[in-house]
Design a protein around this ligand. Structure first.
Ligand SMILES: [Cu+2]
Length: 146
């Protein structure tokens, strides 16, 4: 508490008063705050697992279904190089944000009607990492060709 003149103490009613908290509680609040920030960074920027491997149909097409609900599930898809693939997007999220999915490297834009599954066929591709995203580049996924 800062030291005031005696006259001020008599007149001035403080607007708030500090409640002294135990050190352990202060430390706990700080630790929880840092943990939440770390979790948020991981959630938005981090890699979530090693990705999901597409299964292979009898015709040799790699197939995977991606659920579109606030994000792409899975968002990291692993396919083999040199084999055609079919990505089926099942959109259950009514948000207009995810009404389109764009594959910039393939120059493909796919419209995703709500409550439907829309497939995109991609030609055999060289190994590499090919990101995809919603129309506004807010929701993202990645195709890992290996
Ligand atoms: Cu979006």
């Amino acid at each position: 508490m800062t030291h005031l003149f005696a006259a001020d103490l008599v007149k001035a009613e403080p607007l708030w008063r500090a409640i002294e908290q135990p050190m352990a509680l202060k430390a706990l609040v700080a630790i929880v705050g840092v943990a939440l920030i770390a979790w948020e960074l991981w959630w938005f920027l981090g890699r979530h697992g090693g990705g999901v491997v597409a299964r292979e149909s009898e015709a040799g097409v790699q197939e995977i279904t991606i659920t579109v609900d606030g994000g792409y599930a899975p968002s990291r898809i692993r396919v083999k190089a040199g084999q055609p693939m079919r990505l089926a997007f099942h959109r259950i999220d009514p948000s207009g944000c995810v009404a389109q999915v764009i594959f910039p490297d393939f120059h493909k834009t796919l419209d995703l009607p709500l409550d439907a599954t829309t497939s995109l066929e991609l030609p055999p591709t060289e190994a590499g990492t090919y990101p995809f995203h919603c129309g506004m580049n807010m929701v993202r996924g990645v195709l890992e060709v290996e």
